[in-house]
Ligand binder design. Sequence first.
Ligand SMILES: Nc1nc2c(ncn2[C@@H]2O[C@H](COP(=O)(O)OP(=O)(O)OP(=O)(O)O)[C@@H](O)[C@H]2O)c(=O)[nH]1
Length: 163
Amino acid sequence: LTSPSILFQNKVLTVDGVKVKLQIWDTAGQERFRSVTHAYYRDAHALLLLYDVTNKTSFDNIQAWLTEIHEYAQQDVVLMLLGNKVDSAQDRVVKREDGEKLAKEYGVPFMETSAKSGLNVELAFTAIAKELKHRSMKLPNEPKFKLHDYVKKEVRGSGCCRS
Ligand SMILES: Nc1nc2c(ncn2[C@@H]2O[C@H](COP(=O)(O)OP(=O)(O)OP(=O)(O)O)[C@@H](O)[C@H]2O)c(=O)[nH]1
């Protein structure tokens, strides 16, 4: 596990008064580290699948990743599909609708993000943290947290005319 392409970072979020520590691994999607990345999905509680809205190939690769995940990840892994770089409006080649459609097909929550402007970045991590917190606490009287609904309600649009 000495690959320089797999980075990790800890992030502590307080959600609903509870501290949730996320250990975030960035596998960079590199084929040559497949055998290593399999080990990561196997133990992961959540997986964020990112494509780049300015790069069609990255979007086309998502299906293959979803197949991989189906094979190697835990059955109840929390998944989210993210279309990143929406600040690069001029270079966009993947429409928001394409991302939405793919996400719907696989039943995973979807949002567009920008690591540059920060659009929806905190939301993605907060949504994951909330879901994991609810799962781990399993309070019988608390209504079930609905990740899809939460994302839909909180997500911000990238365009001029959508909020
Ligand atoms: N405009 C813009 N650029 C971004 C955004 N996110 C990442 N980038 C840029 O895209 C390039 C690639 O970013 P990385 O984070 O290295 O992406 P990656 O997919 O992990 O790349 P590898 O680790 O090489 O596989 C860098 O130059 C980033 O600054 C974004 O939201 N908007």
